[in-house]
Design a protein around this ligand. Structure first.
Ligand SMILES: [Zn+2]
Length: 238
């Protein structure tokens, strides 16, 4: 297993975007661990937490940008272990409240090893003290807000978070750069729901895309999402 951080250069942060939205990515194993994003605009919110294999290092990395105690909320895009495995350690280190959608929160509270894919990956998920956030709600971050969009398909309660001012979308595992789409064959996944979710995302003006795996897209991200939608045509559902 290769371990290492992306450098600031490879993070490819645009200065204009940096003022509103700062991105942190921790890579443990690029084929396995999920991206994490630190969103800063007056207050700070962390999106997803990785598998938890490198949580101490993650706190150190966050410390390069911010006092981790200034992160008051951690939003989980969906229940999978590679996004929530670090939630307990990071919420304790940051003294932050955990949030997940109303369809994902129960599986995290009960420590469901099956639908979180923890068992499949040979991990153990701790029971998490998670608050529910409703679909359509707005998460205030300073003067800005992230709108919670329900994008089921990868899992039943997957969410994407949209910031209107910069037209930025943090999409978990619903879509990826270069026309990728999330898997729908894990428990609670559904291809038809994924198709509808991706179609919905094509109807939103999105310039910047921050997916749960792989590279982020800075500028013209809607083209990547349209490619994701076209790729689903292979399944004759669109
Ligand atoms: Zn996932």
């Amino acid at each position: 297993m290769q371990t290492g951080y992306l450098t600031e250069e490879t993070l490819n942060i645009e200065p204009a975007l940096l003022q509103l939205l700062m991105e942190v990515r921790l890579i443990v194993d690029p084929a396995y661990d999920a991206n994490m994003y630190l969103v800063m605009s007056g207050t700070s919110v962390l999106i997803d937490t990785g598998t938890g294999l490198q949580s101490e290092e993650c706190v150190k990395l966050l410390s390069e940008f911010i006092d981790p105690k200034d992160i008051d909320r951690i939003i989980l895009t969906h229940r999978h272990i590679d996004h929530v495995g670090g939630a307990k350690a990071l919420s304790e280190a940051c003294d932050a409240t955990l949030y997940a959608s109303e369809d994902e929160a129960p599986s995290l509270r009960s420590g469901d090893q099956a639908t979180t894919a923890a068992r499949m990956f040979g991990k153990n998920l701790d029971k998490l003290d998670v608050e529910s956030i409703g679909y359509g709600n707005a998460i205030e971050i300073g003067a800005e807000e992230l709108r919670v969009i329900h994008t089921p398909g990868h899992t039943k309660g997957s969410i994407s978070l949209y910031e209107e001012g910069t037209k930025s979308l943090l999409c978990g595992d619903t879509v990826f750069a270069y026309g990728g789409v999330g898997r729908w064959d894990f428990p609670t996944g559904n291809l038809q729901e994924l198709v509808e979710s991706v179609k919905g995302l094509t109807e939103i003006p999105i310039e910047n895309l921050y997916p749960g795996h792989g590279p982020a897209v800075k500028g013209n991200a809607h083209k990547h999402i349209q490619a994701s939608y076209r790729s689903l045509k292979v399944y004759r559902l669109v």
